[in-house]
Design a protein around this ligand. Structure first.
Ligand code: ADP
Length: 209
């Protein structure tokens, strides 16, 4: 008889399909008959990290890196919102994030529109990551998380705090500083700094201190 088990992914066990559970001590107790053969299904822990990312900042990057310590895969979901005026097009925002994480195969980038819970379900994820910088973020994030739970009770939202260095950082502020020709060193990845300079036709600057 073939049983179906759902197990946490363990890096060293790449193929459990058909392995006799007598060799897997952890699961011996779950078998009526320890000689039974099983078909084991991995659950890749994938989380969706949604946002406008107009543009991605080091605060977002920090949250993604922290998320990678918890999840097997992070799907960055770039919001396509024709009603919200953005500096960068959806494609530009997706391309920038892809460039930054080009060597990180556990990060995937996609754009989305419509309900986030539908997007998460389509991509086989039940987990949403959001960043919390300060109390001011909390009220909106709290409403969103509960609304998403109402729409799909199986979806969980996980809030993560960035490093203190980035807790004052927002895409809006970065754009303002860049537009006025200020230095963005340490606030956004280099690729983003370059693209911002192109948009605002400013030249590279370093901090005066
Ligand atoms: P929004 O979804 O409001 O347009 P963003 O696209 O900028 O906001 O951000 C997406 C997510 O990342 C949100 O959860 C936001 O709170 C979070 N975030 C934005 N900037 C930072 C930062 N500096 N540190 C941590 N989280 C952040």
């Amino acid at each position: 008889m073939t049983m179906h088990l759902v197990a946490e992914k363990r890096r060293n066990f790449t193929n459990w399909d058909g392995i006799s559970l007598t060799k897997q001590n952890n699961f011996d107790t779950k078998l009526n008959n320890p000689g039974e053969r099983v078909h084991c299904v991995y659950m890749i822990k994938k989380a969706v990290y949604p946002g406008s990312f107009d543009p991605i900042t080091n605060g977002h990057v920090d949250i993604i890196r922290r998320g990678l310590e918890i999840f097997d895969e992070i799907l960055v979901a770039v919001l396509e919102n024709p009603k919200k005026e953005s500096l960068f097009s959806t494609k530009e925002r997706v391309d920038m994030i892809q460039e930054i994480f080009a060597h990180e195969e556990k990060v995937e980038v996609n754009s989305f529109h419509g309900l986030l819970v539908d997007f998460a379900n389509t991509h086989a994820s039940k987990m949403i990551i959001r960043g919390l910088r300060a109390i001011s973020d909390f009220e909106y994030e709290f409403q969103m998380a509960l609304m998403n739970r109402k729409l799909d009770p199986e979806i969980e939202t996980l809030f993560m705090m960035p490093s203190l260095n980035y807790s004052f950082l927002s895409s809006r502020l970065v754009k303002e500083v860049s537009m006025l020709g200020g230095c963005l060193e340490g606030l956004v990845p280099e690729e983003v700094e370059e693209k911002l300079r192109d948009k605002y036709k400013t030249s590279p600057k370093t901090n005066s201190k």
